[in-house]
Design a protein around this ligand. Structure first.
Ligand code: APR
Length: 242
């Protein structure tokens, strides 16, 4: 690994891809989905995070996201977000996140792809490209300029992931990949790592890592929480760039 990184440091600025999931925001106080007491323990996915659920009971869905949006405005980025932002001092960093919070941006990261949408944006129910910043509750009767009901700018289960192709392009020429805080259970996001070039160093940070060493070469696992594990990875990467 150090040979690979050593070779890279002489050639060019490294391109580092960071794939993140709900676990990176856990220490900021935001719930994950599948841990004990996670969001999917208290809610039925199909009722609150699907187009069918929104059609059946839009007020329930809007309230589910209103509660999460209000909480997001109360929390702050943690050390893991800050450390990842620090990587930008010497590297090209692209964050590809499944998270809908803005904690990466608030920590200073400048290139963030939200595969599953953003909690602080809304869009028209009749025009998925009519998107705007929105940090208030969304209620029935809140409409776009064409009079159509607004909905959260979130990719619901069963909906397309428009950013996926761009994410594949970004990871296809990565020099290193860091994966933090994801159970690797939701596709297509969970399959992204396979688009990294062969022999790309992969750093996996999660207290309960759900990735088998067998199927990915060059994998280093940090079985610990994001705030400490990410700092160790960032130290390794930056130390190799004297
Ligand atoms: N630091 C790092 N990882 C953590 C921490 C922590 N402090 N706490 C929990 N984790 C890990 C868990 O071990 C788990 O592997 O974070 C992961 C959270 O997994 P999920 O709850 O499944 O979240 P995620 O992988 O982001 O879910 C993917 O599923 O429901 C959909 O759209 C939703 O984007 C979400 C997608």
């Amino acid at each position: 690994m150090s040979t690979t990184l050593g070779w890279i440091k002489k050639m060019k600025k490294m391109k580092i891809i960071v794939l993140t999931g709900a676990g990176i925001s856990a220490e900021s106080g935001l719930k994950t989905f599948r841990d004990a007491d996670g969001l999917w323990e208290g809610h039925d996915i199909m009722e609150v995070a699907s187009p069918e659920g929104f059609t059946k009971n839009p007020a329930l869905v809007l309230d589910f996201y209103n509660q999460r949006r209000r909480q997001l405005l109360e929390v702050t980025p943690n050390e893991a977000h800050t450390q990842i932002a620090k990587l930008e001092t010497k590297n090209e960093v692209v964050i590809i996140t499944q998270n809908v919070d803005d904690l990466h941006e608030r920590a200073g990261s400048s290139n963030v792809l939200h595969l599953h949408g953003e909690l602080l944006k809304v869009r028209s129910t009749q025009n998925e490209y009519n998107i705007k910043y929105w940090d208030k509750d969304i209620v029935l009767g809140d409409t776009c300029e064409d009079g159509h009901q607004l909905r959260p700018h979130i990719v619901w289960f069963g909906e397309a992931v428009p950013m996926f192709e761009k994410a594949v392009l970004e990871i296809s020429n990565a020099d290193a990949v860091i994966i933090v805080g994801t159970s690797m259970q939701v596709y297509p996001a969970a399959g992204l790592v396979h688009y990294a070039p062969k022999n790309t160093p992969i750093y996996f940070v999660d207290p309960k890592p759900n990735i088998s060493q067998s199927f990915i070469d060059n994998l280093t696992i940090y079985a610990e929480k994001a705030s400490t594990g990410v700092k160790k990875v960032v130290d390794v990467l930056l130390d190799n760039q004297d």
